[in-house]
Design a protein around this ligand. Structure first.
Ligand SMILES: [Zn+2]
Length: 358
């Protein structure tokens, strides 16, 4: 009897093993999908700069991934002049409709820096810049429930590395209604290599403190999870405290509130966020656009486990952030104070300008 029972159990287990059950995102740990996507993009789609065959393959691959997560992605195609030739690229847009009439935009660029006259970047994996942002975006898309309060629009930007072209195209084609309905644009660029995790607001938050509310929400969520994260300390007067720069957030920051995410170290180098780490094994403290260092092997060698750690932390915080952002048309008392200060600031700036014109 016992023997037969065991036999039946074995058959049951074997049967279960042969049933192909799609793995739900909920069953995967935070960061697992993101880390797998970072690996795939690094190993199979290196050198995905604008105008290349690899860029086309990347667009096809990412569209397919979003499809597999239940979206119907669309391409927003644009052309522009670069280096004496006309290039064409596309933003990939995937949307989940909510019920509030408001939306959150989650963006990351998928292209890598192009080759130059002196440096061949056809092998640039762009593991950090920006397979990491793309990986986290894909995982957030996979995790998003079928029914959401706010509409969430995922946008994978093309042609960031040649001057924020894709994000500029997207932003300049937003209707007045879309701008008014956008609560926040979240930009993710270079999330792994760097001594610290950061959350910033856009530059306008330097003079309008109310625009820092989404940065503060993200920092608050990180703290509640025991995840160490900071914002730009503002040690360099050209980059005001609490604000980020130098990526696709700049295309949106004068239209809607932004939350910028990155890993780097704003306390070292020229205090501009470009020096990522004080680790002596990273030449010059930065891996930006360098095929020899912005790749899986180098990053895993110098920072074992960091890809898994950062993808876990960023997906956990941002997944919670998406849930917590709510349509709140009535400003809180602190926002009203902030607006009043901005009003005065604008007057001061205008009078200064007038003075300089005389
Ligand atoms: Zn980048």
């Amino acid at each position: 009897m016992r023997k037969i029972f065991t036999k039946w159990m074995l058959i049951a287990i074997a049967h279960q093993a042969f049933i192909s059950v799609p793995v739900s995102a909920v069953e995967l740990g935070f960061g697992e999908t993101a880390a797998r996507e970072i690996e795939y993009l690094s190993q199979n789609l290196a050198g995905r700069s604008v105008g290349t065959q690899k860029e086309q393959e990347t667009v096809d691959y990412l569209t397919g991934q979003l499809n597999s997560f239940g979206y119907q992605p669309s391409l927003q195609t644009f052309s522009f002049e670069f280096g004496g030739q006309t290039l064409t690229s596309s933003n990939i847009i995937a949307e989940r409709k909510g019920t509030s009439g408001k939306q959150i935009i989650i963006g990351a660029h998928y292209d890598t820096a192009p080759s130059s006259a002196t440096l061949d970047r056809s092998t640039l994996q762009g593991t950090n810049d920006n397979a990491s942002g793309v990986g986290v975006l894909l995982e957030l898309a996979q995790r998003l429930e079928a029914e959401t309060n706010n509409t969430v629009k995922f946008v994978l930007f093309g042609a960031e590395e040649v001057g924020l072209v894709g994000s500029e195209y997207y932003a300049s084609n937003m209707s007045e209604a879309e701008i008014a309905n956008t609560l926040v644009m979240v930009n993710m660029d270079s999330l792994v290599v760097g001594d610290k995790m950061y959350f910033h607001a856009g530059l306008p938050a330097a003079t309008d403190p109310a625009l820092g509310q989404y940065r503060d929400l993200a920092l608050d969520i990180a703290q509640k999870y025991g995840i160490s994260a900071e914002t730009n300390p503002g040690l360099n007067p050209e980059y005001p405290k609490g604000t980020g720069c130098c990526s696709d957030l700049e295309s949106f920051e004068n239209l809607v509130p932004v939350l910028a995410t990155e890993a780097t170290n704003w306390d070292i180098g020229d205090l501009d966020g470009y020096t990522q780490t004080s680790n002596p094994n990273v030449p010059g403290g930065a891996t930006w656009h360098d095929p020899a260092t912005d790749n899986l092997e180098f990053i895993n060698g110098v920072f074992p486990g960091l890809i898994e750690e950062r993808t876990h932390d960023y997906t956990l915080v941002l997944d919670t952030f998406i849930d917590r952002v709510e349509a709140k048309p009535i400003p809180e008392p602190s926002s009203i104070v902030g607006t009043a200060i901005v009003g005065i600031g604008l007057l001061v700036r205008r009078s200064r300008k007038r003075k300089s014109l005389l």
